[in-house]
Design a protein around this ligand. Structure first.
Ligand code: ME8
Length: 510
């Protein structure tokens, strides 16, 4: 039987910048989602990559005295190198300078042209290089783009896409697909923007060279957003519409983006696809932005957070957990040392780490290094097990809505219940008074740990797998289909000497 499939994408990152927390955030959220779906039996295509064309990149290369290709080769590699450091499980890495992408982007262009949606005219208006976006006079604020970026007056021959013709079809599509844009507040913003009217979009430039040339008119370079958005369908083997990969993975299930680039993904991209008579992605989720200790992150302020430094200081799974737990996914959030340390010490060290350590070292010391044999279960045991077994249903719902914070909260509710259970049952007292009952209590806790370790894998994969190793759960029994009592841990199995997984974070004395 064919596995169900799931195609998820990160934005492709501009190569005029070094990787920062914003890149790591989107990529890690996608990684958790991709891992969740794989563990849940899906065949996943998880794509990330780099956006390498455009005037901005050409300028950045010139500033460094490098040819654009040489420059993009170097910077794209920085993004690629970050992935193993974040333990990201992407299946593909796309660069818009690859041949497969040029062919795909030019084919999309040709389809738009053949279908009568592109015309040649003259563009005159304001262009923001930093945003790679056109603005009208009325959109400018104090002579700058709404983002604060400077704009330049551009007057040149340009091809246009008839975006204005897609206003009604887009509104109709949003109505029929209420989950296409998430979260809901963002959906409303997009709808009111489209409602206020769409102008045709300039989709080519003649004033620089670094880009994909327009078919049949090499004087023109494709607008970088039309080029960039097409990456998602390139990686599904477009234009080979009969290729197995295309059939299996297009349309994409989820484009994860930051809130600043939602408009491109929720308006331009579906309009291009409709006009090219291609299927539309199923969902676009816009996450919020991080501030650093209350301040907006910016290169000029010099408070950019380097994800590599963050991991060196706090640990990989700690950072992954923090980013997905601290802030309701979709909202803006503030990064602070204090909140990071609080999460590590309370949720990871006190709650999860201690639970594992208490249970496993007790079993290791008092249970002959073996999984104990349980006797009859009492209602308290059954209740805790039922809570652990019920987790996956709630997690599926939360992951499918990208409510990572709620998914983690649910798991931590069971961790809390398990910690209370161990205190109430007090196996250290039962050791003398009722060793048979002690074994049942320990066995129940071990089984609950198995559920917790399996379900935390998407977010804290390294630590969860250390827990599973310690529990001696076979490597091929760690996916979600093993979350039933049919695969419960066998009594008598050896357990490894437990290692602390989440040490407390202690700030060095100055
Ligand atoms: O936009 N907090 O590339 P990019 C959270 N090439 N997220 C942040 C952030 C912050 N402080 N700062 C930036 C592009 N981001 C295009 C995409 S896709 C076809 C083309 C996020 O390198 C931001 O929201 O500027 C965006 O999703 C990504 O990091 C940066 O993308």
């Amino acid at each position: 039987m064919d596995l169900p499939s799931y195609y998820i994408t990160t934005p492709i990152y501009y190569v005029n910048d070094v990787p920062h927390i914003g890149h790591a955030y989107t990529t890690l959220a996608c990684d958790a989602m991709a891992r969740f779906k794989r563990l849940d039996g899906y065949q996943v295509l998880f794509l990330t990559g780099t956006d390498e064309h455009g005037q901005k990149v050409e300028t950045a290369a010139n500033d460094r005295g490098l040819a654009p290709q040489e420059f993009t080769d170097q910077v794209s590699q920085n993004f690629r190198d970050l992935l193993p450091i974040l333990n990201v499980s992407n299946d593909d890495f796309i660069r818009t300078t690859e041949k497969r992408h040029r062919v795909s982007a030019q084919t999309i262009w040709q389809k738009l042209m053949n279908n009568g949606h592109i015309y040649l005219d003259k563009y005159s208006g304001w262009y923001s290089l930093r945003d790679e976006t056109y603005f009208t006079e009325t959109e400018l604020i104090d002579g700058n783009a709404p983002t604060g970026a400077p704009v330049e007056w551009v007057e040149e021959e340009s091809y246009f896409f008839d975006l204005s013709a897609w206003q009604e079809p887009l509104l109709d599509f949003y109505k029929k697909n209420p989950d296409f844009i998430a979260p809901r507040s963002r959906r409303n913003e997009v709808i009111s923007f489209v409602n206020s009217g769409l102008r045709d979009l300039s989709i080519s430039r003649t004033s620089f060279n670094w880009g994909i040339t327009v078919p049949n008119n090499p004087e023109h370079i494709m607008y970088v957003w039309l080029d960039a958005l097409t990456n998602y369908i390139t990686a599904a083997d477009f234009p080979e519409e009969n290729a197995p990969k295309y059939k299996q993975f297009w349309p994409a299930d989820l484009h994860m983006v930051g809130k600043d680039i939602l408009r491109f993904h929720a308006i331009y991209w579906p309009a291009f696809l409709m006009a090219a008579e291609l299927e539309l992605p199923k969902r676009v989720f816009a996450h919020g932005w991080w501030t650093n200790e209350g301040a907006k992150i910016s290169k000029s302020i010099g408070n950019v957070i380097d994800p590599i430094e963050l991991i060196k200081t706090f640990g990989l799974d700690q950072v992954r957990y923090f980013l997905l737990r601290e802030v309701p996914f979709g909202n803006d959030g503030d990064f602070s040392q204090q909140s990071m340390i609080a999460r590590i010490n309370s949720d990871l060290s006190n709650d999860l780490g201690n639970l594992c350590q208490r249970v496993l070292s007790f079993v290791y010391k008092n249970g002959d290094k073996k999984i104990p044999q349980p006797a009859n279960k009492l209602p308290d045991d059954q209740k805790l097990l039922r809570d652990a077994q019920g987790l996956i249903t709630a997690l599926r719902k939360h992951f499918d809505s990208q409510e990572f914070h709620l998914a983690l909260e649910k798991i931590w509710t069971v961790i809390g219940a398990a910690n209370r259970y161990i205190d109430t049952q007090a196996p250290w007292t039962l050791k003398k008074s009722d060793p048979v009952r002690m074994n049942t209590v320990l066995y129940t806790l071990i089984e609950v740990l198995r559920y917790l370790a399996i379900t935390t894998q998407p977010v804290i994969p390294t630590s969860a797998n250390i827990m599973l190793d310690q529990l001696n759960v076979p490597a091929n029994e760690r996916s979600f289909k093993y979350l039933t009592s049919a695969y419960k841990i066998k009594p008598g199995k050896k357990i490894e000497k437990p290692l602390p997984i989440f040490p407390r974070f202690v700030i060095d004395a100055p």
